[in-house]
Design a binder for this molecule. Structure first.
Ligand SMILES: Cc1cc2nc3c(=O)[nH]c(=O)nc-3n(C[C@H](O)[C@H](O)[C@H](O)COP(=O)(O)O)c2cc1C
Length: 164
């Protein structure tokens, strides 16, 4: 069936829904840190503790993380817009100059984030042109402080109007 809208309108209308922003991080087979900016991260279940997100099928980074069987979701603070755009654009050198420590899984916990949620990959299933990835939470921590969360709304993040 042909829809009465195009992909530009789809993106534009759905852009009215504000989301938080995370960097999903992990390590590849060489032990190198990898990460990608994700706005579709969500809490799913308390018992068992499950979270999830939708990752585009053409992602270059996710397959490298997935082989490790784990990922860490880093919830971005409002002042981390440079990282938000960097991890959504050029794939080379995304971790250059980024301070991080390994979570129990080995996945990077990015300094300055509001919280880190360390997961094993529970399932991965295709939905349209995305993978729905479910993670089982193994460890999690919120960093004490008064920083505000980053919000993505109408193609821009709070405080810094910039688009892809
Ligand atoms: C705020 C924001 C939220 C995003 N959310 C998602 C998302 O939920 N799923 C997704 O597949 N891509 C999302 N992206 C786009 C990816 O970050 C972008 O396509 C990235 O280049 C993919 O890199 P990769 O090919 O290394 O995986 C988002 C980008 C931004 C700026």
């Amino acid at each position: 069936m042909t829809e009465a809208f195009d992909s530009k309108e789809f993106r534009s209308v759905l852009g009215n829904l504000p989301t938080g922003v995370v960097i999903v991080s992990g390590v590849d087979v060489s032990g190198e840190p990898q990460g990608v900016t994700i706005g579709s991260f969500v809490s799913i279940s308390l018992d068992p503790p499950l979270v999830g997100f939708f990752q585009g099928l053409n992602s270059k980074t996710w397959p490298a993380i997935a082989v490790s069987g784990s990922f860490c979701a880093n919830i971005l603070a409002q002042d981390q817009s440079e990282l938000c755009w960097r991890f959504a654009k050029e794939a080379e050198g995304r971790f250059d100059g980024v301070q991080w420590t390994p979570a129990a899984s080995g996945a990077p916990k990015i300094a300055g984030s509001l919280a880190h949620i360390d997961c094993t990959i529970e399932s991965s299933s295709q939905v349209g042109d995305h993978l729905f990835i479910v993670g089982r939470v193994q460890n999690l921590e919120a960093i004490a402080g008064s920083k505000s969360a980053m919000i993505f709304f109408k193609g821009a993040v709070t405080g810094t109007p910039q688009s892809l």
